[in-house]
Design a protein around this ligand. Structure first.
Ligand code: UD1
Length: 371
């Protein structure tokens, strides 16, 4: 029996972890035992608990309740809490997702104790070191034994950094392995798309008509923590809202900053952070999506929606190259013009994120590696 400790902390990680937990429960019962550690990075019910309920993920076995703080302080508390758990219980590997401070903390703690690290959503790069996520993912990739990339570009990035060299450099004569496996978020979107249509009443609750609204999300600190950027984004959304309804599920960070800067949100349909099923239904029925979230960019593509990426660059370069998305940065004119171009563009949404079975692939390779 392979024993895995899965680390989650931020909203998107809870969602990604659901795909692996589901596969462990179904196809890998008796072969893999999973325990879950929640760092507590996200702690509001609508940023955390609701996802456990909807996605059928087992409640965390450990919760560090770290909460908000400066990045250094938040990460330090996580490292020390995760280390304590790894010292008290034997695990064959630690599984981490993406690029948040929780990911970084888990990688550091596990590496110091020579516990193998499995990094899911490895290899992504924005080549922008001012993003906290970029440093987190680079450090984590370098410390990880198994790297699973959702895209081919991810695998190429790993090769360029010399991480695909499988010399034995880890404890117990272990080597690093890198695989392109598809996206666990695509596994989830396929699995939950139908459920969301049946169970979510988000459109009815907010009087939204399918194909007659724009969905927007903003949470990235580079956009929210800069008054003029946040103001530009809100102004562009308000301009778009003169033509069609703009729905904005508001991340707590963004809500706080709008209040602090005294900014206007007139004309926008602001709703609380959406649950996974609600967000899935919102995405499936939107006409076009504007976002600075990595996950929402991809989900736009899964559901065949054009996407304006409110960032200067993206890790998901394939969707821009295919013409399904455009980069607008936090620039008022560019947001409005990207929206105008994309809303009528005919895009071929060819499947580039795998076959919806990334979790099965990851678990097979992990078992093979550890045994
Ligand atoms: C984090 C991740 C980001 C990911 C995002 C998804 C890092 C560096 N960033 O950003 O990569 O895309 O999660 O949401 O790890 N807050 C609450 N309640 C909560 C959670 C947060 O009020 O449940 C507020 C707090 O004031 C906190 C702020 O939001 O200080 C930011 O939260 P934090 O987890 O530090 O970063 P995110 O912006 O959510």
């Amino acid at each position: 029996m392979v024993r895995l400790l899965t680390i989650i902390g931020a909203r998107p990680q809870i969602i990604k972890a659901a795909a692996l937990s589901r596969a462990i429960k179904n196809e890998f019962a008796g072969m893999v035992e999973e325990k879950i550690l929640h760092t507590g990075q996200h702690y509001d019910d609508n940023m955390s608990q609701v996802f456990f309920n909807e996605l059928g993920i087992p409640s965390p076995d450990y919760n560090l309740h770290v909460g908000s703080g400066t990045h250094g302080c938040q990460t330090a508390k996580m490292i020390s809490g995760i280390e304590e758990v790894l010292v008290s219980e034997r695990f064959d590997a630690v599984v981490v997702y993406g690029d948040t401070n929780s990911t970084l903390a888990a990688a550091v703690a596990a590496n110091k104790l020579s516990v193998p690290i499995v990094h899911i959503e490895a290899g992504l790069r924005s080549f922008n070191m001012t993003m906290p996520e970029e440093a987190n993912r680079i450090v984590c990739d370098h410390l990880s034994n198994l790297l699973f990339t959702p895209t081919l570009t991810g695998l190429q990035n790993i090769e360029k950094e010399g991480l695909a060299d499988s010399a034995a450099t880890f404890a117990c004569n272990r080597h690093r392995m890198a695989y392109h496996c598809g996206d666990v978020m695509y596994d989830n979107s396929l699995y939950f798309a139908g459920v969301a249509e049946q169970k979510s009443d988000i459109l009815e609750r907010h009087r939204l008509v399918s194909q007659q609204y724009v969905l927007a999300t903003i949470h990235r600190d580079s956009n929210t923590d800069n008054r003029s950027k946040l103001e530009s984004i809100l102004k562009a959304l308000a301009e778009i809202a003169e033509n069609e309804k703009v729905v904005l599920p508001l991340h707590p960070r963004t809500a706080k900053k709008i209040a602090e800067f005294g900014l206007e949100t007139k004309g926008l349909t602001i709703i609380p952070p959406a649950s996974f099923l609600d967000m899935t239904r919102l995405e499936k029925n939107a006409r076009i999506i504007l976002t600075d979230s990595g996950g929402v960019q991809k989900e736009s593509y899964f559901f065949k929606k054009p996407c304006v990426i409110i960032r200067p660059e993206t890790e998901w370069v394939e969707i821009v190259e295919r013409g399904a998305a455009m980069l607008s940065d936090a620039d008022y004119d560019r947001i409005v013009s990207c929206y105008s171009i994309l809303k009528d563009r005919n895009v071929d949404f060819a499947p580039i994120f795998g076959d919806g079975k990334a979790a099965t692939f990851i678990l097979n390779k992990t078992i093979e590696y550890l045994s």
